[in-house]
Design a binder for this molecule. Structure first.
Ligand SMILES: Cc1ncc(COP(=O)(O)O)c(C=O)c1O
Length: 365
């Protein structure tokens, strides 16, 4: 089956459980006003590479506030979370280095490993012992890389154990917190903060500004010396135009709103739990959400896409993951929670998913 693009109208009637706007901020008036204000003041584009003309005072402000919020010494904003992952892995994974990568990692981390000149070892999902074995067998510099919240099933990586394994081996830990920022940790400070790892000298995090912060862009967070190294070595920073001012302004507006409304992350987690409870009660094979992502197992790839299509016909947008996008060969629907969903929305969403389920999607009664 070939993929196709479906332009979304501005006033789509679909109930959206497919996007990543976890805190419901992408269209929040304050965030939109911040984006608009940034475009009016700084222009539609950043005009150049971050190293030439593409670093405005707004970028510097966003970096300072993001680093402080997440508990890291410094931050570097890039054009996307994808570019942030490539930046971190290619700049830190030099020749002679070993990168140990979780088998469930996001495609952008996989691509970062491919582009880095380092040797790469892929280890079984969420298995600190497998990381330890690889790291202890490598004599030179090394780093371990993992999603904090895995993007398909929404489970959390064993970050404390991974950090202990890395520290014992003298390796750095790179954590992609795309799905944790704004959802986990006190007030949404993210998964490294929740695990007590933010600001540690051997921990680097990457985030996206496009999910909980409702905007666009990405960032690497870490010790100031690491960020300085990235400025000099990360090709996705050096050879890419700086993030558009509207995106930087929108993300900064969202971050300030999140600081003022720290109850939003708890609400999105409660929505995820409520959705899980309803789907499990309907007999579906559904993952228990550690953050905002829930996946519902489908019997086969064709049935998964037909199921997602039936949901859409009934007014509900859900994601659909099938092999080869998922290396474990399991097809599933992927549902995302949003802080602004009501209990009635959850009833509607779960009712639609259950009603349209193919035979074989339910546990035997
Ligand atoms: C785990 C993870 N990392 C990185 C990214 C890339 O972020 P961006 O969309 O900002 O490029 C995504 C999703 O888009 C993601 O799910």
């Amino acid at each position: 089956m070939t993929r196709r693009l479906r332009p979304r109208p501005a006033d789509s009637p679909l109930l959206d459980l497919a996007g990543n706007d976890y805190l419901g901020l992408a269209r929040h008036p304050e965030v939109v006003a911040a984006a608009r204000g940034a475009a009016a003041r700084w222009g539609a584009g950043s005009t150049g590479s971050r190293l030439v003309t593409g670093t405005t005072e707004l970028h510097a402000e966003l970096e300072a506030e993001l680093a402080a919020f997440c508990g890291f010494e410094a931050a570097l904003v890039l054009a996307s979370g994808y570019a942030a992952n490539l930046a971190a892995l290619t700049a830190l994974g030099e020749a002679g280095t070993l990168i140990v990568s979780d088998a469930g990692n996001h495609a952008s981390l996989i691509d970062g490993c491919r582009l880095a000149r380092a040797e790469v070892a892929v280890v079984p999902h969420a298995d600190p012992e497998a990381f330890r074995k690889e790291l202890s067998a490598h004599p030179g510099p090394a780093l371990a890389v993992t999603d904090a919240v895995f993007s398909v099933d929404g489970d959390i990586a064993p970050l404390r154990d991974l950090s202990a394994v890395c520290r014992a081996a003298g390796a750095a830990l790179v954590v992609d917190d795309a799905h944790g920022l704004g959802v986990l940790g006190e007030g949404g400070r993210g998964t490294p903060a929740a695990a007590g790892l933010a600001g540690q000298p051997d921990v680097v995090a990457t985030v996206t500004l496009s999910k909980s912060l409702g905007s666009q862009g990405g960032a690497v967070l870490g010790p100031a010396r690491v960020i300085r190294h990235l400025v000099n070595a990360a090709r996705t920073l050096i050879f890419d135009t700086g993030l558009a001012p509207a995106a930087a302004g929108g993300a900064l507006g969202a971050l300030r709103l999140l600081r003022r409304e720290p109850e939003r992350p708890a609400r999105v987690r409660a929505v995820a739990t409520g959705l899980h409870g309803r789907l499990a009660a309907a007999g579906l094979d559904v993952t228990r959400p550690d953050a905002a992502v829930i996946s519902v197992r489908a019997p086969a790839p064709g049935e998964a896409s037909a199921w997602a299509e039936r949901c859409r016909e009934e007014g509900l947008a859900v994601g659909c993951f099938r092999p080869p996008s998922v290396p474990d060969g399991i097809s599933r629907l992927r549902l995302t929670a949003r802080a602004d969903l009501t209990e009635a929305d959850l009833d509607t969403a779960a009712g639609t998913v259950a009603r349209t389920a193919p035979p074989g999607a339910r546990h035997p009664a």
